[in-house]
Design a protein around this ligand. Structure first.
Ligand code: ADP
Length: 780
């Protein structure tokens, strides 16, 4: 490379130098010419001065020789001293003279010096010493003249030459100029050659490699990163090629890395794409700004019946009716405005081929890094089939419910039909028992009542179980004060415990302890557990009721010291009609109590469990959720107390109107109320008539059956409560319908008491007494 740059540089330098020298020569020739001219003029005058000195010497010498007069020697003496200097001056002009003139000057100088030294001095000395010495003056003069003439010829020649200085100076100048232009041409030629050479060098050694680098760069730009520049011979270009190749390597490495990354990206994109494609739900992406589709998966194409090409770039207005599109767009805008996912559980959409489909859609705004919505991602699941299946299920359920209702209805009717005769059996049986019978009648009456009660219990429990199974039994959970409830149930079972000398002990919870339960149903469960604990206990055994808090729950353990249940039969205790052998003993029961209790606990959100050890005893545990933060005043106290009042016997006449279509029941109530002589009973079998009678002559109290031939008991009650004349009359509902719902409904309508058939005589009397005792109701 150095050589390649050196050659053109040298060529250029030579060219410049030749021009410089030529220029300088020309300039110096010119100045020489000027100087030569000046020197020529000087030379001529010196020539003349020198010649004059010579002639002065010769004239002086000749005059002295002729006259011996010393005054002729004065010019000789001064010329003799001045001449050498002047002749040497002539020689000293040599630099400004040609060689010819110089030769002449030198000859003049030596001729003059020899004249002064060899000729004049000896003769002059001789004459001075002896003026008559006989020196041949003529010969000396002639000799002097000869020498001077010879010198004069030389002077003349020199002067002639000096007088023509211009001609040779010009020639010299021209020669110099010729020389100069010769150098210049030579230099130019050399420079040209060198330039050509360097051009070739440049082309081959510099431009060629550079072009090759350029070509390789072009090929690389075209995509071939494997090409490389061959190393050039010049070190710099070789380095350049090396650097270029290193750069190309780095580029290729980078490119390969990029390609690897791009391949990775493509792979993961392909992976994601295939995932999206395989998602069985419709997936779409809309641009947040114009809500046009930018992406769709296969499930989406299949669902809508449009190809991706038909969907991308379109908006819902291109695909659906305007009102439908408006609806979708509103949803989209809502989701984008809130920045939160929107869940649309069920949306109909008109598809191209499949008609209307129902979609469960989630619309999710996709935000950019500044939090601005960029896309809207939609995921839709076709729930049409599920919706249809749901509809089928719903229909089936409705059918089942209808069937259940029919069953319930049937059971309710059956229970009513069974209760009605039972009412007579139990009612008259109780009256007989109360009125006092002979010893021989006592036992049969006892059996009649026992069997009647058993049948009644059976009916009630079967009804309850069937209601639970059909979902017809509704409960009303509320905070129930456990302590009071336990006191109540213990009081109820106290007589049967006393019969068997079984001691019942209670470890109650704190007074404000409440559980969430339906109070009537919890009472029913506890009564069942307690009566079992007494029934299946040994005589003089023990029953312990222990309450225990367990986290958010309360456990009520009913522990007995009875015969226990074998471990392998424990689970059967909850099977309906399963009595575990008790049926062979003389212990009364239906085998339904535990099954019903278990169901009741379950629908109240609790559990019923049992632990037992044969021969030692059993523990039944009812667990329920504790009711948090209950004000005791709000809680339901399970206790229902109906005080007994006998003062009514002395009261003035009281009129009771009984609306009932069953004669046996009317007779029974009349017979029962004979125990209250102050009360006279009027009866009617029609609802409307009952209302009319009440309006015309309001009775002091009414007893109302619910199943009347013309109206329902609810209608009668509503009519009574809506009329100023009858709204204050106390009403006791007496019905075979034992459902709690019905009882609640009637209480809400304004019933004062709700009693079920078969008639519990003492309870009925207590209710009548209670109502008639409340102040103003007692006629004056
Ligand atoms: P019932 O008492 O009317 O027979 P239950 O459903 O209440 O029906 O009880 C089912 C059976 O479980 C009973 O017949 C009895 O054999 C057994 N059982 C229930 N409670 C106890 C108990 N505390 N001790 C021993 N056996 C019991």
């Amino acid at each position: 490379m150095a050589v390649r740059l050196l050659v053109p540089s040298v060529a250029l330098a030579v060219l410049l130098l030749s021009v410089f020298f030529a220029q300088r020569d020309a300039t110096s020739t010119l100045s020489q010419n000027v100087r030569a001219q000046a020197w020529a003029e000087q030379g001529v005058s010196r020539d003349y001065q020198s010649l004059t000195l010579l002639l002065d010497m010769e004239t002086g010498v000749r005059g002295f020789l002729l006259t011996h007069d010393r005054q002729f020697l004065e010019p000789w003496l001064s010329a003799r001293t001045a001449f050498p200097a002047s002749s040497s001056v002539l020689v000293g002009l040599e630099a400004h003279r040609g060689t010819v003139e110089l030769g002449l000057a030198k000859r003049i100088e030596s001729g003059g010096e020899s004249y002064i030294r060899d000729f004049a001095v000896p003769e002059i000395r001789a004459v001075e010493a002896n003026p008559r010495s006989g020196v041949s003056l003529a010969a000396a003069a002639v000799e002097g003249k000869r020498r001077v003439d010879a010198l004069r010829v030389m002077y003349t020649e020199l002067i002639k030459l000096d007088e023509q200085p211009a001609a040779p100076a010009e020639q010299r100048a021209q020669a110099a100029a010729g020389r100069a232009s010769g150098y210049e041409l030579a230099g130019l030629a050399a420079a040209l050659v060198l330039l050509v050479v360097s051009a070739v060098y440049l082309r081959r050694g510099v431009l060629g490699p550079i072009r090759r680098v350029g070509n390789v760069a072009d090929e690389m730009a075209a995509g071939d990163l494997s090409v490389r520049v061959e190393p050039a011979s010049a070190a710099e270009l070789s380095r350049l090629a090396g650097s270029f190749n290193a750069m190309a390597d780095a580029l290729r490495d980078g490119h390969e890395r990029l390609e690897d990354q791009a391949a990775d990206l493509r792979r993961s994109e392909a992976f994601l794409d295939s995932m999206l494609e395989h998602i069985p739900n419709m997936l779409f992406v809309k641009d947040a700004s114009d809500l046009r589709f930018v992406r769709f998966n296969r499930a989406g194409e299949q669902l809508l019946g449009y190809s991706r090409d038909e969907l991308i770039g379109k908006s819902v207005y291109d695909l659906f009716a305007a009102d439908e599109a408006d609806f979708f767009t509103t949803q989209d805008r809502d989701a984008l405005a809130s920045g939160l996912p929107l869940d649309i559980p069920e949306d109909p959409i008109r598809t191209r081929r499949d008609g209307v489909r129902y979609l469960h859609t989630k619309k999710i705004p996709v935000l950019d890094e500044r939090g601005e919505p960029q896309y809207l991602l939609g995921i839709s699941e076709d729930v049409t089939e599920r919706k249809r299946a749901d509809e089928v299920v719903r229909e089936a359920r409705e059918q089942a419910e209808r069937a259940n209702r029919a069953k319930s209805e049937f059971l309710s009717r059956m229970s009513h039909e069974l209760r009605t005769p039972l009412t007579s059996i139990l009612g008259f049986g109780q009256l007989l028992e109360m009125d006092g019978v002979s010893e021989s009648q006592r036992e049969p009456i006892h059996y009649i009542l026992e069997s009647g009660r058993h049948l009644l219990q059976l009916i009630n429990e079967v009804l309850d179980i069937s209601r639970i199974e059909t979902g017809g039994l509704t409960i009303h959970p509320e905070p129930v004060a456990v302590r009071a409830l336990l006191r109540d149930v213990v009081a109820i079972v106290a007589p049967i415990a006393a019969e068997r000398s079984v001691r019942v002990e209670t470890v109650p919870p704190e007074p404000d302890c409440h559980v969430m339960a339906d109070p009537q149903r919890l009472k029913q469960v506890l009564l069942n557990l307690l009566s079992n604990a007494i029934k299946y206990n040994r005589d003089a055994g023990e029953v312990m009721i222990v309450c225990e808090r367990a986290g958010p729950n309360l456990r009520i353990h009913v522990r007995d010291t009875g015969r226990g249940i074998p471990a392998d039969r424990l689970s059967e205790a909850f099977t309906p009609f399963e009595r575990l052998g008790a049926e062979h003993d003389d212990i009364e029961g239906t085998g339904l109590g535990l099954a019903l209790s278990d169901h009741l606990m379950e629908i109240m959100g609790g559990t019923l469990t049992v632990q037992s050890e044969p021969g030692v005893g059993s523990t039944f545990t009812a667990q329920l959720k504790l009711a948090a933060g209950v004000d005791q005043g709000d809680a339901v106290d399970g206790t229902v107390e109906i005080p007994k009042h006998d003062q009514l016997d002395a009261s003035p006449a009281v009129r009771l109107l009984y609306v009932e279509d069953d004669i046996a029941n009317i007779k029974l109530v009349e017979r029962v109320l004979q125990r209250r002589p102050a009360i006279t009973v009027e009866a009617t079998g029609q609802g409307r008539l009952g209302i009319e009678l009440a309006r015309h002559d309001p009775p002091d109290v009414m007893v109302l059956d619910l199943h009347l031939p013309d109206l329902t008991g609810e209608q009668v009650l509503a009519a009574l409560r809506s009329d100023a004349r009858t709204e204050h009359i106390p009403v006791i509902i007496l019905t075979a319908d034992a459902s709690a719902d019905r009882a609640t409904r009637l209480r809400d309508l304004g019933a004062d008491a709700y009693l079920t058939k078969p008639l519990d005589v003492p309870r009925f009397l207590a209710a009548v007494d209670e109502l008639l005792l409340t102040g103003a109701l007692i006629p004056q």
